[in-house]
Write a protein that binds this ligand. Structure first.
Ligand code: KG4
Ligand code: ZN
Length: 348
């Protein structure tokens, strides 16, 4: 089954063709980071306009690269319709609907975070799939979620961030250090030259009846870096940008890894996947590889960075599995900016 997947939920316009849910035949990503860099973050209106410009050439390129000559070579279309920026989602969803009206192909709208959770299955299509259920750590600019996935497209949320997302904290610290946007890759590079023990930044400790032990908070860490740096400097250490980046990264990532290990112990599920832009982080990848070594029988898979960031392949892959099961979306399907279970305090 060959499915075209379209992704436009934030600042990447992407399209891909994936075979049988796992084999990536083509993947094209047009990133808007340079456009948004001057504003130190994604400007929704600018993002929507850029999607309008990019979507047709990106889809054409993806079809071409996969050797698709006419729509009848495809078996279906999948598009991200939630969560994300409303205007950005609307471009992809409307484009996909137009394509479906013109071609009559089967159509399914998919959840962006569930698609990130499926990306692990695209990493090595020649190998057996990561068996369900698996734990999935989804870390991006908008979300920080630890979930159990019991089936394709299914996420049972164990914990989320109660304030900033991990990627958002990276972006804010990067702006503070003058490293630009997107902050994750810049901080990751800077941290490689710093001492992770130079500062002892506070970790989120969330207690109380309404908190999950898997929830995290990044606003305290961000405030400590941006407003209270000197308070956390260890004696004999220097306050350099490299040391700030390394200590921030050490704290931000170990909060995630601790929760993954706790969930492995609590649930007994030893299969773990990661996804989202922050999953391309060097320290997170290394730490998750160490988690696999520490737990006998564990299988921890982090997809390559191009499948961690927003991409159409994860959408085409998950869409292919849902379509093969007979799932279809109506042509009046809407775009939703928020999905209530993914963020604490979001109205349902
Ligand atoms: O999943 P994604 O591409 O888009 C969203 O759905 O948000 O994630 C983007 C986020 C940004 O906050 C970016 O700074 C972060 O992922 N990121 C990283 C790295 N590469 C991207 N964070 C830490 N280390 C990285 N190497
Ligand atoms: Zn994403």
């Amino acid at each position: 089954m060959l499915v075209l997947g379209i992704e436009s939920s934030c600042d990447e316009t992407s399209a891909a063709v994936v075979e049988d849910g796992r084999s990536v035949r083509s993947l094209v990503v047009a990133s808007q980071s340079e456009v948004h860099a001057q504003f130190h973050g994604v400007v929704p209106e600018v993002a929507s306009r850029a999607h309008v410009e990019q979507i047709l050439p990106v889809v054409r390129q993806a079809l071409n690269d996969a050797g698709i000559r006419c729509a009848s070579d495809l078996d279906g279309i999948a598009v991200t319709n939630r969560p994300g920026l409303s205007g950005s989602l609307a471009v992809g969803v409307t484009f996909a609907k137009g394509y479906v009206v013109a071609t009559g192909l089967p159509f399914v709208a998919v959840d962006h975070m569930a698609a990130h959770g499926w990306a692990v299955q695209l990493a090595a299509p020649q190998e057996p799939p990561l068996e369900f259920p698996y734990l999935v750590l989804l870390v991006s600019g908008g979300h920080t979620i630890l979930a159990v996935s019991r089936d394709a497209g299914h996420l049972e949320v164990l914990g989320t961030t109660i304030d900033d997302a991990c990627g958002e904290a990276y972006d804010k610290v990067s702006t503070f250090l003058g490293c630009g946007y997107p902050g994750g890759p810049a901080i990751d590079r800077l941290a490689a030259r710093g001492n992770p023990r130079a500062f002892s930044f506070p970790r989120s400790r969330l207690e109380g009846p309404r908190r999950s032990p898997y929830d995290v908070s990044y606003s305290g860490l961000k405030t400590a870096v941006v407003h209270q740096l000197d308070r956390f400097l260890n004696p004999g250490c220097e306050s350099t940008r490299e040391n700030v980046a390394a200590s921030f990264q050490h704290t931000a990532i170990s909060m995630l890894v601790e929760r993954v290990e706790r969930a492995m112990e609590d649930t007994g599920i030893l299969r773990v996947a990661a996804g989202g832009g922050v999953a391309s982080n060097t320290l997170l990848r290394q730490s998750l590889a160490e988690v696999q070594e520490r737990h006998r029988g564990a299988r921890v898979i982090v997809p390559p960075p191009e499948l961690c960031i927003d991409n159409g392949a994860m959408v085409a892959g998950l869409g292919g599995v849902l379509l093969a099961r007979g799932e279809r979306s109506p042509l009046d399907v809407e775009a939703f900016a928020r999905v209530s279970q993914f963020r604490r305090g979001t109205p349902a």
